[in-house]
Design a binder for this molecule. Structure first.
Ligand code: DQA
Length: 146
C-alpha cells in the first residue's frame, strides 16, 4: 500500500476552536480521522501529523524523502515565509515524489500577506478553499494521477 505523509503546520492543532468562521468546526482529531478514512478508501496509508515547530516539519519532509513517501502538506502560516520549508519541500519533488500543498481556507481571498506561497513554486500542485475536503481532493489527486 502506498504511504503518504499528511503534515500540518502551526495552529492547525487548534482546529475547532480557532476562527471557526474561517476554518470550520471540525477538530484536528476529526481531521485526522477523516483523512485516515479517505486514504484507506483510496488504498493509501496516511500518517497524519501536526506541529507548531518549523524544525519538526523540515525533519518530516526529510523523512518522506528517505522513505519514498508522497506528501500532503498544509504549511499554515509557514506557507507565506518559510524558506527552510520550501527548500525541504523542493527535496521531495526534485527527488521524484509528489507534494501537494493544501489549505482549508482560500488564502487568495484573505489578507494580502496570505496571497503569496513560498511553497507553491516547488509543489506538485495546490488545493485551497474547500475546507477539510481540500485534503480529500489532494489524496484523490495522488491516487488518480499516479
Ligand atoms: C491555512 C491558511 C494560512 O494562511 C494560515 O496561516 C493557516 C491555515 C489554511 O489552511 O487555510 O494557518 O494554511
Amino acid at each position: 500500500m502506498a504511504s503518504v505523509l499528511v503534515l500540518n503546520g502551526p495552529n492547525l492543532g487548534r482546529l475547532g476552536i480557532r476562527e471557526p468562521d474561517v476554518y470550520g468546526s471540525a477538530t484536528f482529531d476529526d481531521l485526522r480521522q477523516m483523512v485516515t478514512d479517505w486514504a484507506g478508501a483510496l488504498g493509501l496509508e496516511a500518517e497524519v501529523r501536526q506541529s507548531d515547530d518549523e524544525t519538526d516539519l523540515v525533519r518530516w519532509l526529510h523523512e518522506a524523502v528517505d522513505a519514498g513517501s508522497d506528501v500532503v502538506i498544509n504549511p499554515a502560516a509557514f506557507t507565506h515565509y518559510s524558506y527552510a520549508l520550501r527548500d525541504a519541500a523542493a527535496m521531495v519533488t526534485k527527488g521524484g515524489l509528489r507534494l501537494i500543498e493544501v489549505h482549508i481556507s482560500n488564502p487568495y481571498a484573505r489578507e494580502e500577506f496570505r496571497h503569496h506561497s513560498v511553497i507553491g513554486g516547488v509543489a506538485t500542485g495546490t488545493i485551497a478553499g474547500f475546507g477539510i475536503d481540500s485534503y480529500r481532493l489532494a489524496l484523490v489527486a495522488l491516487c488518480e494521477r499516479n
